[in-house]
Design a binder for this molecule. Structure first.
Ligand SMILES: [Zn+2]
Ligand SMILES: [Zn+2]
Length: 242
């Protein structure tokens, strides 16, 4: 009865405010909960395997670690990314973060959760807490939400792992996507700290962000978590820029 009523009200609402796919603008079925049509949703591509054991980037050869990770070390123990940051997904993340299309969280978190479910043993084994990359206060006010926190919350609910709101920006930084690789590292140096009151001793932490590019943000956040006593940091992002 309730389901029939929900279907009826959704259909009525769809007559007054027709639903359109956020990506291709085609009309959507009234029961679509994603705000994206099936063919656009199917165009979101997983990061091709195999992955670098350290930073999670796709690698071609039989090497376990990518060229970059052979030259540099990370504070995090391993990083994983679910999908390629391109095409439909890039557009959806942009609409979600900058254009107030909050309802797109369903399709975005679904992609992240499916990936986490497939890699569950490797990714979540022993993880005692989930946390996320924080936003600057001014940006949080402007946007109204932190996209990484919302993604982290959906994982926390799905897998029953505690969510910790523990990282904080120590100072304003430039947007990473406007900077070169070397500028990115300087921009973020010691830019994060831990809010007091949480005992991290021997905790394995899963750190969440929406997009990973060089990994500099995840590295700096991991550094803060490690100095607070965390034993191991694994990172997971929805998307990976190449
Ligand atoms: Zn579409
Ligand atoms: Zn790597």
């Amino acid at each position: 009865m309730k389901a029939a009523f929900t279907a009826l009200s959704k259909n009525l609402l769809n007559i007054i405010f027709p639903l359109r796919c956020a990506a291709c603008k085609k009309d959507l079925d009234a029961m679509n909960d994603f705000g994206v049509c099936d063919s656009c949703a199917a165009r979101i591509r997983r990061l091709p395997r195999p992955y670098c054991e350290r930073c999670g980037r796709s690698i071609q050869s039989a090497d376990k670690v990518c060229g970059e990770c052979r030259k540099t070390s990370h504070y995090f123990n391993a990083a994983y990314s679910a999908c390629l940051y391109e095409g439909v997904l890039k557009e959806l993340i942009h609409l979600f973060k900058y254009k107030g299309r909050y309802a797109l969280i369903n399709i975005l978190s679904t992609n992240m959760i499916e990936f986490a479910r497939e890699l569950r043993d490797e990714l979540l084994e022993g993880v005692g807490a989930i946390t996320f990359v924080p936003l600057q206060d001014a940006r949080l006010r402007e946007r109204g939400f932190n996209q990484s926190k919302v993604l982290a919350l959906s994982l926390s609910k799905e897998f029953g792992i505690t969510l910790l709101d523990t990282l904080k920006k120590t100072r304003p930084t430039m947007r990473q996507n406007e900077l070169s690789r070397s500028e990115r590292l300087v921009n973020l140096e010691d830019a994060f700290k831990i809010k007091g009151g949480i005992d991290f001793a021997s905790l394995k932490v899963l750190l969440i962000d929406d997009v990973m590019t060089t990994g500099a943000t995840l590295d700096e956040c991991s550094k803060a978590l490690i100095s607070a006593g965390a034993k191991e940091i694994r990172c997971l992002t929805l998307a990976r820029g190449m």
